[in-house]
Design a protein around this ligand. Structure first.
Ligand code: MN
Ligand code: MN
Length: 298
């Protein structure tokens, strides 16, 4: 990464942090999910950046990949656990960060468990550290506080215009030996559930977030309508995730969009829920690996 790239990444990080902090003031009982996410996404735009993916707002046992749909009327329930996950792109340089807000004091220790797990994980990041070691630290921190890590959700490497690039950063110890590399960028994101939870997520039927499968598209002949939607998606979102809410005339494209999802030309991210329906907490930072450790940019 050159100096301009580094500067763009740091800027994305600063904006992501600011937006995350803002979420603490607007997440409250009875707030509209759609309003919360719109405010946060608009804040990113006001800062001169773009959302790298739709603002995720995941409640209780919903762990990841929910963003409000068009006309969403849902509100934040009382005593719920609310996860806000934000991505900011500055010229394709992405910062990814998340926070959990507990509206039930009983669940606050689980929020503290993931926050501490994230801090402990960040402490051991340096060039050459095994990703599995980070998983081990996260697992140990979460379990020592009486909670269970979500074993099939991971952090990830981030490359330019590529949110999930290369290496995964597990939330438990694994048998793999891949190592973190100098100047590479990683999102570390511990997830935990209660001790009676399944400790893993499963896909639900609901999909609210999509991404253009650019590899599939290159090699295929497309109809006129498909080509038009493809051009629109490519121009607006490049290869980053999007939601229909971001497309003003989505109704016009909805049938062809559905078809392109079925044929695999558009990739969909199902909403992920805790297997036993238990509440899930998450914390996430993006870091750049430096010679002696790492720089937390969010
Ligand atoms: Mn995230
Ligand atoms: Mn992430």
């Amino acid at each position: 990464m050159d100096d301009a790239g580094l500067e763009a990444l740091r800027k994305a990080g600063r904006i992501a942090r600011k937006v995350r902090e803002r979420s603490l003031n607007i997440v409250r009982e009875n707030a509209s999910l759609l309003e919360v996410c719109s405010i946060l996404e608009n804040l990113i735009l006001d800062e001169g950046a773009k959302p790298a993916f739709p603002c995720n707002i995941c409640i209780n046992d919903v762990a990841a990949h929910y963003t409000p749909i068009i006309g969403d009327t849902s509100i934040i329930p009382s005593r719920s656990l609310v996860k806000i996950d934000i991505g900011v792109s500055v010229d394709g340089y992405i910062a990814d960060t998340a926070v959990t807000i507990s509206l039930d004091p009983v669940l606050q220790p689980m929020v503290e468990a993931v926050n501490t797990a994230l801090l402990e994980a960040v402490k051991i990041v340096k060039p050459g550290v095994q990703a599995s070691m980070i998983g081990e630290v996260i697992q140990r921190t979460i379990m020592s506080r009486g909670f269970k890590p979500i074993k099939n959700l991971t952090g990830h490497e981030i490359a330019r215009y590529n949110l999930h690039a290369g290496l995964s950063i597990p939330n438990v110890q694994t048998a793999r030996s891949e190592k973190l590399q100098l100047y590479h960028v990683y999102a570390i994101e511990p997830f935990a559930t209660t001790n009676d939870g399944g400790g893993e997520v499963v896909s639900s039927e609901t999909v609210t977030i999509y991404r253009l499968n650019t590899e599939r598209i290159k090699h295929e002949k497309l109809g006129e309508e498909e080509r038009r939607l493809l051009e629109l998606l490519h121009e607006k979102f490049d290869s980053l995730p999007y939601t229909p809410r971001w497309i003003s005339n989505f109704g016009f494209f909805s049938k062809i969009h559905e078809k392109m999802v079925k044929t695999g030309r558009i990739y969909s991210y199902p909403v992920l829920v805790e297997r036993k329906g238990k509440p899930v907490a998450q914390a996430e930072h993006t870091v750049i690996v430096t010679e002696n450790g790492c720089e937390v940019i969010t």
